[in-house]
Ligand binder design. Structure first.
Ligand code: 5GP
Length: 198
């Protein structure tokens, strides 16, 4: 049976990944978006079980010790991680899966599941990124500075990704991610078994 496609999306904090993902899911409601666990407190409007599973550091450590994560990473002082069980189950059932994870996590996924494809979403410029982070109004100036430093460091990892999408407008970025999902589905290795006589 055809397995699902695993698509890893990374991009600097504030680049608008969540909005792009929301738009992708509107067009492709059959795609499963993996909800991560985090020790970061929820931002206003974020809902437990929808944006993240918000858990304590102790709970997170317990899950690391039990080997429940496909990958996890520490990012700006908090833990973030992807549960293994659900992802495996969805892919086996042929469901396409989207992960929104940072660069260390993406590297681990590439190592463990080499069939995964990865996309790095970039802002039109660093200046635009700083404006977007400030405009969000949810983080202190110190946190914003940390996130921008992290973004600069992360940019060095872009070369390991399969695709780059520029988030100039959400619609355009979402269309490109949708196109990548379609392209992945058309890969020879995924379709060759269905062709007679080859
Ligand atoms: P934020 O705090 O802005 O929601 O997320 C911070 C960063 O953590 C983002 O770059 C996001 O992609 C990443 N992230 C979210 N969930 C996970 C996860 O499960 N694993 C890893 N490695 N990174 C994650």
């Amino acid at each position: 049976m055809r397995k699902g496609t695993l698509l890893v999306l990374s991009g600097s904090s504030g680049v608008g990944k969540s909005t792009v993902i929301a738009q992708v899911l509107e067009h492709r409601p059959d795609v499963y978006f993996s909800v991560s666990c985090t020790t970061r407190p929820p931002r206003p409007g974020e809902v437990d079980g929808v944006n993240y599973y918000f858990i304590s550091r102790e709970e997170f450590q317990g899950r690391i010790d039990r080997g429940e994560f496909l990958e996890y990473a520490e990012y700006v002082g908090n833990y973030y991680g992807t549960s293994m069980t659900v992802i495996r189950e969805k892919l086996e059932k042929g469901v396409d899966v989207l992960l929104d994870i940072e660069v260390q996590g993406a590297a681990k996924v590439r190592e463990k599941l080499p069939e995964a494809a990865s996309v790095f979403i970039v802002p039109p410029s660093f200046e635009e990124l700083a404006n977007r982070l400030r405009g969000r109004g949810t983080d202190s100036e110190e946190k914003i500075r940390q996130r921008l430093d992290t973004a600069r460091r992360e940019a060095k990892e872009i070369k390991y990704y399969d695709y780059i999408v520029v988030n100039d407008t959400v619609e355009h970025a979402a269309q490109e991610v949708l196109a990548i999902l379609t392209a992945q589905d058309c890969r020879t290795q995924r379709r060759i078994d269905q062709i007679e006589g080859v």
